[in-house]
Design a protein around this ligand. Structure first.
Ligand code: NDP
Length: 298
């Protein structure tokens, strides 16, 4: 199997380099050689590589910044994925793509499934939704995974930011009214490899799926989990934790204004994926624990 991986240097792209390797020949690119601001060039690259599978981990993920650069976010998150889908259709290749809980408006408290109405609150969410739609409309065989709150041992993410701040400050304020599931880039990559194999054997499995770790938490409780772990383990990377668990103050989203609005309810229902691919999704705490162990070298 020939696989073309795009966005190889991001959190998910990095883990995909590892997880896809046993499936076949992987040709991996980053923005230097496959620039998503150039849709025609990226499509031409696909036509020259002629892969069986294209995995797209590239995206404009700076959610607040996207509000002031919507055209850049749109070309990276929608136009170029659409061009990839057109090339995949011509070559009869499977396209794997990632999307987000931010396609929803986050109302209510119930986990949303794949058939729930979308209603993005931000440019990021809107452009990611447009990317999904262009892929679906192209008629190419595809797997689209909507995920949430991605972290990895490598790259920038919430858990790493909390650890840095907890070493610098005596007190932290963290949002407690947004609820979701922190999901490891390693889990996303491993499930991607599994589902590519299964979909190549059974093409009827192609489609849109929600893919997040099991369980749910708020950003506040997630921060507490990470900081309590670091305190119990003598800090991280030689840095002592200054913040006591009780000094992590819960605040409402409304008390922390940001350029982009974010959904309060980021819960995604994963039943479709678990049944279709016979998968068990581990609890979010197991993955975060593993990531903390890895970054602290314990
Ligand atoms: P990262 O931000 O870690 O990685 C994004 C990658 O896209 C980087 O390698 C980046 O390269 C690349 N990229 C950015 N601009 C361009 C460009 N113009 N041309 C080519 N590549 C570019 O994101 P994640 O790995 O966390 O995200 C993977 C997927 O998961 C994305 O589709 C994202 O929308 C989705 N997702 C992510 C969530 C999260 O919390 N992070 C939540 C929900 C969904 P460089 O570093 O060189 O700029």
């Amino acid at each position: 199997m020939n696989i073309l991986l795009l966005g190889k240097g991001g959190q998910v792209g990095w883990e995909l380099q590892r997880a896809l390797a046993p499936l076949g020949q992987v040709v991996a690119h980053d923005a230097d050689t496959a620039d998503f601001t150039q849709p025609d060039q990226v499509a031409a690259l696909v036509r020259s590589v002629r892969p069986d599978v294209i995995v797209n981990a590239a995206a404009h993920t700076a959610v607040d910044k996207a509000e002031s650069e919507p055209e850049l976010a749109r070309v990276i998150n929608a136009t170029t994925p659409g061009a990839l889908a057109g090339a995949a259709r011509e070559l009869n290749a499977l396209l794997v793509h990632y999307s987000t809980d931010y396609v929803f408006d986050g109302s209510g408290v119930v986990p949303r499934d794949e058939s729930a109405a979308t209603g993005p609150l931000s440019v990021y969410g809107q452009t990611k939704l447009e990317g999904e739609q262009l892929i679906a409309q192209s008629g190419c065989q595809h797997l689209i995974f909507r995920t949430s709150w991605v972290y990895a041992a490598r790259g920038g993410n919430f858990a790493r930011t909390m650890l840095r701040l907890a070493a610098e400050r005596d007190m932290l304020s963290v949002i407690d009214d947004q609820v979701g599931a922190p999901t490891g880039a390693d889990l996303l990559a491993d499930v991607t490899a599994h589902t590519i194999r299964a979909t190549r054997a059974r093409p009827e499995l192609a489609g849109l799926y929600h893919l997040v770790a099991a369980g749910e938490t708020s950003w506040h409780d997630y921060a507490r989990f990470v900081i309590e772990w670091a305190r119990a383990n003598g800090g991280v990377n030689g840095q002592a934790i200054k913040v006591a668990p009780d000094a992590i103050r819960p605040i409402a989203t409304s008390a922390y204004p940001t350029p982009a609005r974010r959904p309060l309810n980021s819960r995604l229902a994963t039943g479709k994926l678990r049944v279709a691919f016979d998968l068990t999704l581990p609890h979010w705490q197991a993955g975060v624990h593993r990531m903390l162990t890895e970054i602290s070298g314990k």
